[in-house]
Write a protein that binds this ligand. Structure first.
Ligand SMILES: [Fe+2]
Length: 466
């Protein structure tokens, strides 16, 4: 009797015995769907809290987009990988979400197969088959006819046409250059930027395809990349580990005058916004949401603008087509559905109009009080033209340069170099500093105290780090 009770409990409670999940899929072209409200996220583990699903479902997104590390397979055994996908497919909250809207996906290292893996991963073909099977890839999908999971979707028509490009940053990627946190990169991750011309992020076929995609008409181009595109070097995985490849994509955007580009990314186990101001291009925004349920505290990169968010999160993307100048609102939400970060970008800011290509900031914009990771930072221009600053016990001595402000900082026990620049729009401070004579590799970004208009104050982040 006890055994029977045990067995019946096992059968009704064990999620792995749930009926196989079938995803709602979409064709590559969806002219009748005007995309205006969708959700995305990354980095999900079956063994962690599943609190995030309900708030995502309650937002009623038009679609759910996976940006990678959708499972943590980390295996060479395809049986294990299949089991991990089955765990996701049996998760109640995910099943509710998948029942409510179509699901689109690309992958990152852990679901591709192995931590930080690239083209050297031996089971990449088999792993791709499991990915396509799990997400119910359509039989006529171009993904079924080529190597790698890169693809694109189109939504809406005419001036409401949205292109969603999903990149594959794993299948073809060359091996990265390892530094393993040795000095001067001790506080950072294991990889260092590699300028080797033969190294690739996307591989020839995917680059060729992407160049073609960027020439197709679309008002908004959302580029989903599992690893961050715009982030500066942190030692962890990002496009910046292959700077030539990062620049190659910027060059393609410029060459084809591809307007309306916004990057969406995941991977880093925290949420943030990075903004890149490349020459001859409008500012490129890269909005990162990670992780759904394995948060690791706010990350810090030198192109981050505003605070980061270090708790479990997902992203909502809203497009207001009714506005004269349509607006994209990027929001990071926590597991209580509260907005933690928010950024709005208007389509007119994502064009090659010359006002978007030049810096509007002056040195005067640097003066004043900035909120930073280390507490409020005050920058003051002195009567002799030099600058001073202070932040907690750090005193700064700075001078104007082509970069912005450069100089040194002095704390009670340590000292080093520091420099600050303004984003092209003058709204954010991007800084970096070092200890003693080491290279400027640590992030010290700042944002104005009244920036809550656009960013919700991240109390979790400030409390845990100060
Ligand atoms: Fe990853």
């Amino acid at each position: 009797m006890i055994i029977r009770i045990f067995l019946s409990l096992l059968f009704c409670c064990t999620p792995l015995l749930a009926e196989e999940l079938h995803h709602q899929t979409l064709p590559n072209d969806n002219p009748r769907i005007t995309l205006s409200h969708f959700a995305f996220g990354s980095c999900w583990k079956s063994s962690h809290s599943q609190k995030h699903w309900q708030p995502i479902v309650s937002n009623k997104p038009q679609l759910w987009l996976w940006l990678g590390d959708n499972i943590y397979a980390d295996t060479h055994d395809m049986g294990v990988m299949k089991k991990k996908y089955a765990e996701l497919g049996a998760t109640t909250g995910y099943r509710q979400l998948a029942a409510s809207c179509p699901v689109l996906a690309t992958w990152d290292d852990h679901d591709y197969g192995w931590n930080d893996a690239g083209s050297e991963y031996p089971e990449r073909k088999e792993s791709e088959q499991l990915f396509l099977e799990f997400f119910d890839e359509r039989p006529d999908s171009p993904r079924r006819k080529r190597e790698g999971v890169y693809t694109s979707y189109y939504f809406g028509e005419g001036d409401k046409r949205v292109q969603l490009i999903l990149l594959d940053t794993r299948y073809f990627r060359s091996e990265l250059k390892r530094i393993d946190g040795k000095p001067p990169y001790r506080p950072m991750g294991r990889w260092t930027p590699d300028e080797s011309p033969e190294k690739t992020m996307l591989g020839d076929a995917q680059w060729k395809w992407l160049e073609g995609e960027l020439q197709k008409p679309a008002r908004i181009r959302l580029i989903g990349t599992s690893i961050q595109f715009a982030a500066h070097h942190t030692g962890y995985e990002a496009w910046n580990n292959l700077p030539r490849e990062q620049q190659r994509l910027v060059d393609l955007i410029v060459k084809h005058r591809a307007e309306g580009v916004v990057f969406l990314s995941g991977d880093i186990h925290s949420a943030e916004l990075n903004v890149m101001d490349p020459e001859n291009c409008y500012s490129l925004v890269d909005f990162t949401s990670s992780s759904l349920n394995v948060p690791l505290g706010a990350a810090r990169t030198r192109r981050r603008v505003g605070p980061g968010y270090g708790g479990a999160n997902f992203a909502m993307v809203d497009i207001d087509w009714e506005a004269k100048d349509p607006t994209i609102t990027l929001a990071i939400k926590d597991t209580n559905n509260e907005t933690r970060l928010q950024h709005r970008v208007q389509l007119s800011e994502l064009t090659f109009d010359k006002t978007n290509l030049i810096a509007h900031a002056t040195y005067e914009n640097l003066a004043g009080k900035w909120e930073t990771f280390y507490g409020p930072l005050t920058l003051t221009k002195k009567s002799d033209g030099k600058w001073s600053g202070h932040c907690a016990d750090r005193k700064l001595s700075l001078k104007e340069s082509s970069y912005g402000l450069e100089g040194s900082w002095q704390g009670e026990k340590r000292s080093g170099k520091v420099r600050f620049e303004l984003t092209r729009d003058g709204q954010f401070l991007r800084g970096s500093y070092s200890y003693e004579e080491l290279p400027l590799q640590l992030e010290w970004s700042g944002w104005k105290m009244d920036w809550e208009k656009y960013f919700t104050r991240d109390d979790y982040h400030l409390r845990s780090k100060n």
